[in-house]
Every structure is written in structure tokens, then in C-alpha cells.
Design a protein around this ligand. Structure first.
Ligand code: HEC
Length: 289
């Protein structure tokens, strides 16, 4: 049964587009004559209800056993229950739109239709968060407003201080003189803080990944192991940012690639066992504003 779950994203759009269509038709009918429903409402809602039922069933299969970050599980839960509520509301509206219109029942039918439309909208929003990430919308907004995404993400003062600290380190970044091992604080932390934490840090953990402590980094993300100490080629941290042969999106996402000497340093540091002090050093907290 579970493979049927992949049909969910495909199935889900049709019934819900239909509900919006019925809502529009009904709105026009209401404006023309309040006491008469649109003749299309009842039959279209029947199709929508069947479609919604199929979408809910496949959605349930699709979500069952899914793991991920708290944010993802939260979005799944919300999406699930708004999806179920939408299905119930659509079926209820269909039932009330039946037969000869009677005033009280028509009012109820329209109320349910309105609620169904809202529920579909909210449920769809959580669904889109699952497939596109919340950032799709915010990024589009940034583009419209000509805003720098990094600024939006880092609205917190602590986060800004962190980024400023990293930028200073990165302008004078250099590998250790030959023979010396790399140090987390010297070479690696500025890269992670300056280029990765906006999306994989305390404010936001895209892909279920946080890179602000060794323990969290070792837990990896939803899809990849971020760090396999001693094996850079198996570490997402490296192959996601090295332009290596991989089908994975490259990091930092939608930004210029890291300079080759940083990528080499990451590889070497992972091969040296990814030494990383605990607790996480936060030198930016002591820098002056
Ligand atoms: C602008 C946001 C952004 C930045 C900055 C960013 N990432 Fe990502 N990262 C993402 C997104 C989005 C995904 C999920 C992509 C996917 O589906 O594989 C991801 C996924 C990952 C994953 C895989 C997580 C998993 O298991 O699914 C790794 C590893 C990773 N990023 C490493 C990095 C590193 C290292 C940096 C810094 C050099 C970085 N990222 C910077 C957005 C970002």
C-alpha cells in the first residue's frame, strides 16, 4: 500500500482546485440570487469529496513512518489534520447542497463551503512547506522587496554578531602552516558560521541539519550524514560543498561555491577526525558591538 503514497502530491491538487472553483461559482450564484445555489455546486462537490478522500488516504500512507526534524514533523501533523478536516468539510458541504434548496440548509452548506476553502488553503500551505520549504515564499518576498535574505534570517542580534565575527575571520582566512593540523576554531568554524549557519543553525535547520555543535552535526540531516570522521568523501559537509560528482544540491544553497582552499581544508579536517571542542566555542559573544 505504501507505494501508493507517492501519488499524494499528484492527487491533492485536483479536488482542492475544484473546491475553489465551486466557491467561486457559489459566490456568483449568491450575488445573482441569494436563495438559489449554483446548480454545479452539488455535482462538483461530489467529485471533489471523492478526490479529497483519495488524497487523504494516499497522504496518510505517504506520511506514515516519516522521520525528520521537529519542524518537519510539526508541518506533517498540521498538514494531515487540515487535510482530514478539508475532506470532512467538503463531504458535509456536498451533503447540504443536495436536493431542493431550503434556506437554513443552504446557509449551512455555504458556511461549510467557506470553511472548506479556508481549511484547504491552510492545509495546502503546510503541504507546500513540506515540499518547497517555508523559504520559497520568503525568498520570493525578498526578491520583490530587494531585501538581502541573510539580513532577514539574521534578525536576531546574536545571529548578526555571529555573522560579523565570521566575516572578519574569513577575510583573513589561511590554512595552517605545513605539517600543522587544522583547528576547528581557526579554519572550520568561521566557514560554518559565515556560510552555513544561516540555514543550518539555531534559527533554522533546513534539511533537519544543524552545524553549530559537533554532536548535532554528527546526527546529520534528513537525507545525508553530514560528517563521517576520517572519511571526507562520505561526508555531506564535503560532497555537498565540493562540486564533487553527486546528485545532491550544492551548498551553500543558491550562493557562490566555497573557495577551493576552504573545501580542501574541510576535507583534511574531516580526515583528521573532525576535532571539534565541546561545548561549542562562541567567541562572537565577547566581541564588542
Ligand atoms: C541558503 C540556505 C542554505 C545555506 C546557506 C546552506 N545550506 Fe545546506 N541545505 C540547504 C537546503 C535547502 C538543503 C536541503 C536540500 C536537499 O533537499 O537536499 C540543505 C541540505 C544540506 C545538507 C544535507 C542535509 C540532509 O541530510 O538532508 C548538508 C550536509 C548541507 N546542507 C551542508 C551545508 C553546508 C556545509 C553549508 C555551508 C557551506 C550549507 N549547507 C549552507 C540550504 C542551505
Amino acid at each position: 500500500m505504501k507505494p501508493l503514497g507517492v501519488l499524494h502530491p499528484l492527487l491533492v491538487h485536483f479536488p482542492f482546485a475544484l473546491v475553489l472553483t465551486v466557491a467561486l461559482l457559489e459566490f456568483r450564484a449568491y450575488r445573482a440570487d441569494r436563495s438559489l445555489p449554483s446548480p454545479h455546486a452539488h455535482p462538483l462537490l461530489a467529485v471533489a469529496a471523492i478526490g479529497a478522500l483519495a488524497a487523504a488516504a494516499t497522504g496518510w500512507l505517504h506520511a506514515s513512518g516519516r522521520t525528520g526534524s521537529d519542524a518537519i514533523l510539526f508541518a506533517i501533523e498540521r498538514h494531515r489534520w487540515f487535510g482530514v478536516a478539508s475532506t470532512v468539510l467538503i463531504s458535509g458541504a456536498w451533503w447540504l447542497f443536495r436536493g431542493e434548496p431550503r434556506e437554513g440548509r443552504l446557509l449551512g452548506a455555504r458556511a461549510l463551503l467557506l470553511l472548506a476553502t479556508l481549511s484547504v488553503g491552510i492545509g495546502g500551505h503546510f503541504g507546500a512547506e513540506l515540499t518547497h520549504g517555508r523559504d520559497t515564499y520568503l525568498a520570493a518576498l525578498d526578491q520583490l522587496l530587494g531585501r538581502d535574505p541573510a539580513e532577514r534570517e539574521l534578525s536576531g542580534k546574536a545571529a548578526r554578531a555571529r555573522l560579523r565575527w565570521a566575516e572578519e575571520r574569513l577575510t583573513e582566512w589561511s590554512p595552517p602552516s605545513s605539517g600543522l593540523p587544522l583547528s576547528y576554531e581557526g579554519q572550520i568554524q568561521p566557514i560554518l558560521v559565515g556560510r552555513c549557519l544561516v540555514c543550518h543553525g539555531p534559527e533554522k535547520m533546513v534539511g533537519g541539519l544543524r552545524l553549530d555543535s559537533r554532536r548535532k552535526a554528527l546526527q546529520g540531516g534528513d537525507r545525508d550524514e553530514a560528517i563521517v570522521p576520517g572519511d571526507h568523501a562520505a561526508s555531506g559537509l564535503w560532497y555537498r560543498s565540493s562540486r564533487a560528482e553527486t546528485d545532491r544540491p550544492q551548498m551553500p544553497k543558491d550562493e557562490p561555491p566555497l573557495p577551493p582552499e576552504w573545501i580542501d581544508a574541510i576535507a583534511r579536517w574531516i580526515d583528521e577526525g573532525a576535532p571539534w571542542p565541546e561545548p561549542e566555542p562562541t567567541p562572537w559573544n565577547s566581541t564588542e558591538d
